[in-house]
Design a protein around this ligand. Structure first.
Ligand SMILES: [Zn+2]
Length: 218
């Protein structure tokens, strides 16, 4: 009841506008969401350190890029995570062969402390919270940490990328990772260096299997 009143007041004071068509109501209205062409197929990906990668949409679509970029600039809209999570959930609902993640745990790709404090939240964690609820599986926070502020990977050469990401992540509680099957969650997979490095650290810490899940792939 109070939650509903609170939401009503928030919507009244801070109306949401669709990032695609500016219509009032939600950050991503149903019509615009339909234009994103959520993938209904899954092709097994064999990537370095990741045994598979699931993605809902193509990062080349300007609208999806716009929505994901909104996370990175002020004002940071935490609630966007809901719209983005719903794209991932829709992707899994569209798949003919639905994977079984019941014995997996979710781990969000971490943000550096300073960045998270500035933004107020970690978008990967917000998405993971929704996925944990959808699959009814645990979310593990506080095992994987980002201890170095990195530069945006897209602007760097291959060699610079490796140097940039090196030593950026650490696992503080390997006992929580050992033997676990992990769903590693992030908003986007472009160069793949963040996810690959996170997965490498999790592997070194004893993880049994790591599957990546992102909203969009570049
Ligand atoms: Zn719209």
């Amino acid at each position: 009841m109070w939650k509903r009143i609170k939401n009503f007041l928030i919507n009244l004071l801070f109306p949401k506008y669709c990032l695609g068509c500016q219509r009032e109501g939600d950050y991503l209205c149903e019509d615009c969401q339909a234009t994103l062409e959520i993938s209904s197929i899954h092709q097994k990906a064999d990537l370095e350190e990741l045994s598979d990668l699931y993605f809902a949409a193509d990062y080349q679509k300007p609208l999806i890029q716009n929505v994901i970029q909104q996370f990175k600039y002020e004002p940071f809209i935490k609630e966007l995570a809901k719209s983005l999570s719903s794209l991932i959930i829709e992707h899994f609902q569209l798949l003919d062969n639905k994977p079984d993640f019941t014995d997996f745990i979710l781990i969000p790709a971490p943000l550096a402390k300073r960045r998270q404090r500035w933004r107020g939240f970690n978008q990967a964690e917000e998405i993971s919270l929704n996925l944990a609820e959808f699959w009814k599986i645990p979310l593990l926070n506080g095992a994987l940490f980002k201890i170095k502020n990195t530069l945006p990977q897209v602007e760097l050469s291959d060699e610079e990328r490796k140097e940039n990401i090196k030593g950026a992540f650490i696992c503080k509680s390997p006992e929580k990772i050992k033997g676990k099957k992990i769903l590693l969650v992030d908003d986007v997979f472009t160069t793949g260096s963040t996810m690959t490095e996170c997965a490498r650290i999790l592997k070194v810490s004893g993880a049994r299997e790591i599957i990546g899940i992102v909203v969009a792939r570049g």
